[in-house]
Design a protein around this ligand. Structure first.
Ligand SMILES: [Fe+2]
Length: 207
């Protein structure tokens, strides 16, 4: 575990999130409050030690910054070189993202079914600059991909409502093997979590 004393901003933010957890039992309210609290911290230059700004050459990199003692939330820094991207994924838990430096593009998708085939259709594309935050709370449709679109390194701070130290990642499910179509046509919009709950989703079980 990194030494929190290396960053006053990180330590102060951790203390604030602990307070917000005591105040907000509802995940939507908590995630929104964490996003609001994270925004001003993103302007602090001392958040990250040099080691936490290091990218990987071939894929984006996750640096674990903090896990709450009870595992109730975690904070990571994700570092992208230009062009690097996440898989298309959703999350196991609520998630707050704040851009620390660089430019990131979040592309959101909807999942459709036509006969036996499932496919994705792009729903939105948003570019986020430093200081901007977004909150995602499952099980709403939150299938997305994040790409570093600028010419420089991108770094974002992510707060997850789970123990990422144990899980390794907040990614719940990957959708990279699905085709992306320009429109849905007559296909049916799918909430795949409902399919999993009903035991009908062999696709999810296989991952
Ligand atoms: Fe994500």
């Amino acid at each position: 575990m990194p030494d929190l004393r290396s960053s006053d901003s990180l330590a102060a933010f951790v203390a604030d999130v602990e307070q917000l957890r005591l105040r907000h039992a509802d995940e939507h309210t908590l995630a929104a409050a964490v996003a609001t609290r994270l925004a001003p911290f993103l302007r602090q230059p001392d958040w990250l030690a040099d080691a936490h700004r290091e990218p990987w050459e071939d894929r984006y990199r996750q640096h674990l910054l903090h896990v709450a003692p009870d595992g109730g939330f975690s904070i990571v820094a994700l570092v992208w070189k230009p062009g690097q991207a996440t898989p298309i994924h959703d999350h196991v838990c609520w998630c707050v993202v704040g851009v620390y430096q660089g430019e990131e593009c979040e592309t959101r998708y909807r999942l459709y079914q036509e006969g036996d085939e499932r496919f994705l259709v792009e729903a939105s594309r948003d570019v986020a600059a430093p200081g901007e935050t977004v909150a995602l709370v499952p099980p709403a449709e939150d299938i997305h991909r994040v790409t570093c679109i600028g010419d420089d390194l991108a770094i974002s701070i992510h707060v997850y409502g789970a123990d990422i130290g144990t899980l390794g990642s907040s990614i719940n499910h990957r959708f990279d093997d699905l085709a992306i179509r320009p429109d849905a046509g007559n296909a049916t919009l799918v909430n795949w979590r409902d399919f999993v709950a009903s035991g009908r989703d062999a696709y999810a079980v296989a991952h």
